[in-house]
Unconditional design. Structure first.
Length: 242
């Protein structure tokens, strides 16, 4: 990863401030002053310091996982396969946790990180992180359902959902497909919203969470580290330490 990008992601400063620090000989890699902002840095094996302070220990791990149906998201479940069982031993990290839950039967995008602050901020209601799902239901989705989702579904216990986007992909009497985007994360939210309009979800897959899109090349049950570009897209949610 480029040195200037790495320092920006960690919140050392803006791109301009970071370049200034480099020019002023404030940045060292493994003790050596580095003057090139495009210098290639490998934070897991190199020690980076800014103004004499080592910053590489604050470097976190981020995995995009294509969760299969049939595994649980939590690490606490006994006698159940969890998403952590999908990680190779060498990729396990202390403090790694999933950002938001998916039901056991739900497939799709799951972010795993040991950056507690990022997860916390992504789940804050004021950020209105969009989560997009591909859905199959056992009945005909109508324009009336679309309007009801847009207005905000109210659960039988009185809980009111925020406005959601419902895009109909295919509607037939005994099965329909749709893409739904919600801006919050209530327990079993999508399934409950469809039950309120008289349909049962038979297949659910998350394809997007905030700025992160499920990589179509990532096979079910597989995972990979976030790319530099994906990390940069999360930048607004990083709690920048100046
Ligand atoms: N809504 C659900 O009903 N289940 C999930 O796993 C995610 C959203």
């Amino acid at each position: 990863m480029r040195l200037d990008q790495f320092l920006t992601i960690l919140g050392v400063g803006s791109r301009k401030q970071v370049k200034r620090l480099i020019v002023r000989k404030q940045v060292r890699i493994d003790g050596r002053i580095i003057l090139a902002d495009d210098y290639n840095v490998e934070p897991k094996i190199q020690l980076v310091s800014v103004a004499g302070k080592i910053i590489t220990k604050t470097c976190h791990t981020y995995y995009m996982l294509h969760k299969p149906a049939g595994v649980v998201t939590t690490s606490q479940e006994k006698n159940q396969r969890t998403v952590f069982d999908l990680l190779a031993a060498a990729d396990q990290r202390e403090g790694l946790y999933p950002v938001g839950r998916l039901d056991k039967s739900t497939e799709g995008l799951l972010l795993l990180t040991d950056n507690g602050q990022l997860g916390y901020q992504l789940l804050l209601p004021e950020y209105h992180i969009a989560k997009t799902y591909e859905v199959v239901v056992n009945g005909k989705i109508t324009e009336g359902d679309q309007r009801a989702f847009f207005k905000g579904i109210v659960f039988p216990d009185g809980t009111k959902c925020k406005s959601a986007d419902l895009e109909i992909v295919r509607a037939a009497a005994n099965e329909s497909q749709a893409v739904v985007t919600i801006y919050e994360g209530k327990f079993h939210q999508i399934k409950k919203m469809f039950l309120c309009v008289g349909k049962k979800v038979t297949d659910l897959k998350r394809i997007r969470m905030g700025p992160l899109v499920l990589d179509p090349k990532l096979a079910v049950g597989h995972y990979r580290e976030l790319t530099q570009d994906e990390l940069l897209r999360f930048k607004p949610y990083f709690n920048c330490k100046k």
